[in-house]
Ligand binder design. Structure first.
Ligand code: ZN
Length: 615
């Protein structure tokens, strides 16, 4: 009993997905249908001259060129005593017509005229050989590049075994629409580099994660009719960008070019003190005004009233009413079910939380005037003649409340009915300006955030360095992730710009001496020196703070503990070799550090440089 080997020439060649007319007036522009008269239907055309050419290509001619390529695989699904799959290999592609010759083997005894399903690529066939995998499985994770994975095709045929052959009754047809998205800001004045881009259709998320943030992404999506399509992306500026469009229709086997006009919103977790007074949408994003939240399709639920040291508070826009202390607590906590906010937790404010919110608007510990001025535009003011419960007990039967009329804190029986206003508690991003000695070793990004070390920096953030030293007065040094250009100490000494940092002197590197480092003058809202060479005492302090156990009688140098901060999660280059400090020995020598010792060398010799940023 021998298996049959068959060859079949597909009667089709390069498959063209024609241009969709672009409507660049709307926020999302994939909605316009290409007209059939523009050649949407599959037609034969010339194939590339080389059979091994890229299978899917955008040649800049407003269409996606799709060709069969030699050695690609197609699954032939059929039934013979149960579901079977034959692995059909494209053995040749006609250089003139683009037609593909495939070869595959079916099990012996397969009856003549057995129906089959063709699935391209082979990997798109279901593991149980019952057909093509669903769109969610095939498309939920993409990388934004135009590749063969975007071109999934299904056809049908009849396997002949008496006279071996394959009759293709339905040529393999593309299952998905292919989009070329260009991401721009809300008024389309600039492109936005994003990573990732998340497209939501119904309950299904399609997550497009490019290798690095980019404004141009190719995406395959299943055909939809009259549905809402929502887009969310993280920009390289750390902001969250969103847009949405109702009533969207697009078809499989068509190519759409689309500009996404996306508005930027920060998420609660990215809130800084600059966001105090802005409102929080139920979607967990921060909006300038209540109206802006409404325009974005969400509901303003709270106003940011305090941000500091990684914690944030947003006060609800309305009172809950008058109630006893225990009911006040359960009512506020109940909002986590009735009015859940992404990234926040509803609670009755504690006495300290109330004080923090009053103070953030210039009040004293119970003076609400500043807070009320901000609330007047965002929502309802606190009742100036009212008393508001805090969650802080005074004793077993009494609790603290703020008496606003005279700005006093009082306590009284928990059974009394007093006014209640809930607040949202959330974790905010700590920023460089808030750095304390406890933040040593954290990763500093270009936005000025302090990120947890030795883990991946969040999408949209660019790591700049490792926080190596923080003084009691809030100054500090950030150690670079890369070396600057190797150079002589005399060159360093010749630099005329000197930046004072917490009593020491940094030697500032001119742009030409930075090598591949990017120049910085600010990290977020914190002003920093430009890249500098630090004094010997500063480098030693940084190495101690980053856990070095290596050095000599002159002090610690770098080791694997130090390099772990530089290389893990942030992709820096390990310190290796000998590095100048800015500290002079005498008129001919200066101090440098190597892996296990501090020593001095003639200033005219070239050595490595690992700069720092002061703040
Ligand atoms: Zn960041």
């Amino acid at each position: 009993m021998e298996d049959y080997t068959m060859k079949k020439v597909f009667g089709i060649a390069a498959l063209l997905l024609a241009l969709a007319a672009c409507n660049k007036e709307t926020e999302i522009t994939p909605v316009e249908q290409p007209s059939d008269s523009k050649g949407i239907t599959i037609t034969a055309t010339l194939a590339p001259k080389t059979a091994d050419a890229k299978a899917v290509a955008d040649k800049g001619d407003n269409k996606i060129t799709v060709t069969w390529a030699k050695n690609e695989h197609i699954a032939i699904l059929y039934d013979k005593d149960g579901a079977q799959v034959a692995d059909a290999t494209i053995t040749a592609v006609d250089g003139t017509t683009g037609a593909a010759t495939i070869s595959f083997t079916v099990v012996s005894g397969t009856p003549d005229n057995t129906a089959c399903t063709l699935v391209y690529p082979y990997s798109a066939a279901k593991d149980d050989k019952s057909g093509v995998k669903d769109a969610a499985t095939l498309l939920s994770a993409q990388d934004g590049t135009l590749n063969a994975n975007l071109d999934v095709r299904v056809g049908a045929g009849t396997i002949r075994t008496t006279t071996p052959g394959l009759d293709v009754t339905t040529q393999p047809a593309a299952q998905f629409a292919i989009f070329k998205f260009t991401v721009k800001n809300a008024n389309a004045s600039a492109t936005i580099d994003v990573k990732p881009l998340i497209i939501t259709i119904g309950t299904q998320d399609y997550v497009i994660t490019p290798a690095s943030a980019t404004s141009t992404l190719y995406v395959a999506l299943p055909a939809v009719s009259g549905q809402t399509v929502s887009f969310s992306a993280t920009g390289s500026d750390s902001k969250t960008y969103t847009c949405s469009k109702d009533g969207v229709t697009f078809a499989a086997a068509k190519y759409y070019q689309s500009t996404l006009k996306m508005a930027a919103y920060k998420q609660l977790s990215a809130a800084t003190a600059e966001d105090i007074g802005k409102v929080v949408g139920q979607d967990g994003n921060i909006y300038d005004t209540k109206a802006a939240a409404t325009a974005a399709g969400t509901q303003a639920v709270a106003m940011i009233a305090y941000v500091g040291n990684g914690e944030g508070l947003a006060l609800a826009l309305t009172d809950e009413g008058g109630m006893t202390w225990s009911t006040a607590k359960s009512t506020c906590e109940g909002k986590n079910t009735s009015l859940a906010v992404t990234g926040g937790t509803w609670m009755l404010p504690s006495q300290d939380q109330w004080k923090a919110m009053f103070k953030a608007f210039g009040g004293n510990e119970a003076k609400c005037d500043g807070l009320n001025t901000a609330l007047a535009t965002a929502g309802d003011e606190l009742k100036k003649d009212g008393s508001y419960w805090s969650s802080t007990p005074y004793d077993g039967g009494r609790a603290w409340y703020a008496r606003l009329i005279d700005a006093q804190w009082r306590f009284d029986s928990m059974d009394y009915s007093l006014r209640v206003r809930a607040c949202l508690s959330f974790t905010a991003t700590r920023v460089l300006a808030e750095a304390t000695a406890e933040d040593k070793g954290k990763v500093v990004c270009a936005a000025g955030h302090l990120h947890t070390a030795k883990t991946a920096v969040p999408a949209g953030c660019t790591a700049v360095g490792i926080l190596g030293k923080v003084t009691e007065t809030g100054h500090g040094l950030i150690l670079a992730l890369q070396d600057a250009t190797a150079q002589t100490w005399n060159t360093i000494n010749g630099w005329t710009t000197v930046t004072a940092y917490a009593g020491t002197t940094l030697k500032q590197l001119p742009a030409g001496a930075l090598g591949s480092l990017t120049s910085y003058t600010t990290l977020g809202s914190t002003a920093v020196s430009n890249w500098c060479v630090a004094q010997k005492s500063d480098y030693k302090a940084i190495f101690v703070n980053l856990g070095s156990t290596t050095g000599d009688s002159e002090g610690k140098t770098y080791d694997g503990n130090v390099n772990a901060y530089i290389t893990t999660g942030v992709g820096g280059t390990a310190i290796s070799g000998s590095y100048w400090s800015a500290t002079e020995g005498d008129y001919t020598i200066a101090w440098y550090f190597a892996s296990i010792y501090w020593y001095y060398s003639n200033k005219k010799y070239s050595s490595s440089v690992r700069p720092v940023l002061g703040f």
